[in-house]
Write a protein that binds this ligand. Structure first.
Ligand code: PLP
Length: 412
């Protein structure tokens, strides 16, 4: 039997059925009329944000990285909970503004911004995190043509990376940001162009669980920001310290000690160098804010035996939950937390492999896990599905189409 990842503590059963948003999942399946289904529990998002805010220095603003989960009803609720939104495309900008979010609270990072996307963002007053000298030139030219002063920040490619992170975004040659040593010269050009100078964006990695490594990286980002601002001879109105806080997905993973991260950042904030004295700092988080709030629900269609092994074949699969299948940036496949939702908390009867309905051996949701015996009609749950699930999976693969999504636990 292979271990399953840890089920987030917030989940419990009602009459033996997994509850999400205060109701058994069977209630939501009936309401949606269909499976597969993503359920996002807003109460969990709110509790996560409240705990994070309490742990972090008051001076630190909190941004939501929209790409983790751009589901429109979720974004609308996030508007009152975070201080800003970080987007990575013109498409995300359209979704965000479609929810009535003020573009002045939005910043736009990402390599390969098209001219049309730059124009859309500049016209709305979105802050651009410039990824290169070439992009800076294009943005300044577009703003001149529009007759506006663009809000420009520079994304720095730092020489360090976030230790232990699942996805390294800094250190060495990267398509992201401007190499640190070339940043002061670019700052001077941006300021001389008459742009509205916004500061730095320093993002060094993602999905780290080690509080000390996260705090070290934030400290390095502060040092680098101070050094580059000094060299460029400018003050920094804003500085985005990146993100990196991960969630436990796999056996043995433990949650980030956010209180330790917050305590170390507070210490640093007490003695900032002069050049950062007036700076507004933020962190930008995606999966930490929404990942554990999401559950993917699929129905068991068939139960079969092959060479003595039990397969539970569901109506879901990697076309909705690519990451759980192990095919989204992981080297060795390990099991996400999962359960038989309609027998939640029941004792383990057998070893079973939960697969999707796609005709590929890659389509595994849980490999040789220990589960109560399940039959066709039962529902399975894959946890940690709130980030990089629906929007980061190939929904059109084999003509399957997207899963239904619902925001629950909202008290209205
Ligand atoms: C993806 C991304 C994030 C969010 O990462 P998470 O691991 O979801 O927190 C933040 N900032 C930038 C620049 C990103 O590309």
């Amino acid at each position: 039997m292979k271990a399953l990842g840890p089920i987030p503590e917030a989940f419990s059963a009602i009459d033996g059925v997994l509850a999400v948003g205060g109701k058994p999942v069977t209630h939501w399946v009936k309401q949606s009329g269909t499976t597969p289904l993503f359920l996002y529990d807003m109460a969990i998002v709110e509790a996560t944000i409240a705990r994070l805010r309490a742990a972090m220095p008051e001076r630190l603003a909190l941004h939501y990285a929209v790409k983790a989960n751009p589901f429109a009803p979720l974004l609308a609720r996030m508007d009152g909970l975070v201080d800003g939104f970080d987007i990575a495309s013109g498409g995300e900008l359209a979704i965000v503004t479609g929810q009535g979010i003020d573009p002045a609270r939005v910043s736009f990072a990402g390599p390969g911004k098209r001219d049309a996307e730059l124009e859309f963002a500049i016209a709305l007053g979105v802050t651009l995190n410039l990824e290169s000298e070439g992009e800076a030139q294009r943005a300044i030219a577009i703003a001149e043509r529009l007759g506006v002063s663009p809000r420009l920040a520079i994304r720095v490619n730092p020489a360090f990376d976030l230790k232990g992170s699942g996805m390294k975004m800094g250190g060495g040659a990267k398509p992201f940001g401007v190499d640190a040593e070339r940043v002061p010269a670019l700052v001077r050009r941006v300021v001389a162009s008459g742009a509205d100078w916004r500061g730095f964006h320093i993002f060094a990695g993602s999905q780290a669980l080690d509080a000390a490594a996260i705090a070290d990286t934030q400290g390095q980002a502060l040092d680098l920001a101070a050094q580059l601002a000094q060299e460029a001879g400018v003050a920094l109105p804003h500085c985005n310290l990146g993100g990196g806080l991960g969630i436990p997905y796999f056996p043995g993973d433990a949650p980030v000690d956010v209180e330790e991260v917050g305590a170390r950042l507070s210490e640093r904030f007490v003695s900032l160098p002069e050049v950062l004295a007036g700076t507004q700092f933020c962190i930008e988080l995606g999966r930490y804010l929404v990942g554990e709030a999401g559950v993917y629900i699929a129905r068991v269609i068939d139960r079969k035996l092959s060479h003595g092994e039990v397969f539970l074949v569901t109506d879901g699969g990697l076309h909705h939950q690519l990451a759980a299948s192990g095919n989204f940036g992981t080297v060795v496949r390990r099991n996400y937390p999962s359960a038989i939702a309609t027998r939640f908390g029941a004792p383990v009867d057998e070893e079973a492999t939960i697969v999707g309905c796609l005709c590929t051996p890659l389509d595994k949701l849980a490999d040789k896990g220990g589960f109560p015996r399940a039959e066709p009609g039962d529902l399975v749950a894959v946890f940690c599905a709130g980030a990089y699930g629906a929007s980061a999976s190939p929904a059109s693969f084999l003509g399957q189409g997207p899963a239904h999504e619902m925001l629950v636990g909202t008290n209205d």
